[in-house]
Design a protein around this ligand. Structure first.
Ligand code: NAD
Length: 321
């Protein structure tokens, strides 16, 4: 039986990855500070622990695994990353986890692990025009991410690729672009735009007003969780080390995203644009490299994933009432 280790298995992407690898027949060990919030983990072995501690890392990585996924990070939505209040924690916590995992995997003779970087590492100066953002993989330098979260991702990308060069590892690095889906954080400040908008619309009646951060013309693309996992497992099992974007190239403005969710909900919604953290003006995944290297790229329409996500968030909102 093949074995997998998922660091961050209590998080959004990690908990979905556990389910996927179980469907594929793996024996799975998950590790996280916490269990998944919305459903029991399907992991065969779930270790609660802090990956900033080397001793914990040594006991978790106590053997070789066929596949290792390093998804654990101190992260959140714009309300957590872009306020500046959490910068030291974000950098210290995530970098410590990555330093520990890279080194222990090398020492245990694990040759290959997957690392999730983020589109937040792309330079801000290429993302000022909402209609023409440039996020091709080779546009990363000169580096100028707009957040410390992005700087830490850039550092850790380089860390895992340095282990490839100096320690004959074959680590794989992906840059995720806004992943969304059911069983993700949907309230409390760490939720991302799709979840926040689904929640706001689920909470109001048709004809009501919801608040939108910024003028709503900032653009993004959003990738549904199943396609993220397809790209993730394909990259780990491929001959290409990356870094490569795993994202959707169906770019929408936040206003269009609101209209799409309102249409799915069957509600008329009035938008009240307010001050709020927004991040860069425009961002879209450039999928030329992934298509070239893996012969695959995400293609599912945004609407399909949003329908599933809205249905799940509406259920959560109803259950809370
Ligand atoms: P998440 O916050 O749901 O999951 C991360 C998990 O890491 C959490 O469960 C958290 O408890 C765990 N963790 C944090 N510190 C830890 C520690 N010290 N020890 C053990 N566990 C710890 O986030 P996610 O959306 O599932 O993201 C997974 C990865 O993908 C992260 O590295 C993130 O930066 C990256 N990423 C995600 C997105 C996205 O849109 N979701 C976009 C770009 C990159």
């Amino acid at each position: 039986m093949k074995t997998a280790l998922i660091c961050g298995a209590g998080g959004f992407i990690g908990s979905h990855l556990v389910k996927r690898l179980k469907r594929e027949g793996f024996w799975v060990r998950g590790v996280d500070l916490k269990r998944p919030e919305f459903a029991e983990s399907e992991a065969d072995d779930f270790i609660i622990g802090d990956l900033r501690e080397q001793s914990l890392c040594r006991s978790v990585v106590d053997r070789t695994f066929d596949e290792v996924y390093q998804l654990a990070a101190d992260m959140g939505g714009a309300g957590y990353i872009f306020t500046g209040e959490n910068d030291a924690d974000i950098m210290h916590n995530s970098a410590t986890i990555n330093l520990n995992i890279a080194d222990i995997c090398h020492k245990r003779n694990i040759k290959r692990l997957f690392y999730s970087s983020s589109a937040c590492m792309y330079p801000q100066y290429n993302q000022l025009d909402p209609d023409n953002p440039n996020c091709s993989e080779d546009s990363a330098y000169p580096a100028a991410p707009d957040s410390e979260y992005g700087w830490e991702k850039l550092f850790s990308e380089r860390l895992f690729l340095a282990y490839n060069r100096n320690h004959a590892m074959q680590n794989r690095v992906a840059r995720f672009h806004n992943i969304f889906g059911p069983e993700g954080t949907w309230e409390g400040g760490k939720e991302k735009a799709p979840a926040a908008i689904c929640r706001k619309i689920a909470e109001v009646n048709s004809g009501d007003t919801i608040e939108i951060w910024g003028d709503g013309t900032q653009t993004r693309s959003f990738l549904y969780i199943e396609e993220c996992l397809e790209g993730t497992t394909r990259l780990l099992r491929s001959g290409f080390e990356g870094p490569v974007n795993i994202g959707s190239d169906e770019m929408v403005s936040i206003n269009q995203l609101v209209d799409l969710v309102a249409d799915i909900a069957g509600k008329t919604i009035v938008k009240n644009h307010i001050e709020g953290p927004q991040g860069v003006r425009g961002r879209n995944s450039d999928n030329r490299l992934i298509k070239e290297k893996l012969g695959w790229r995400p293609t599912a329409p945004l609407r399909t994933g949003l329908e599933k996500t809205y249905a799940w968030i509406e259920q959560q909102v109803q259950a809370r009432r």
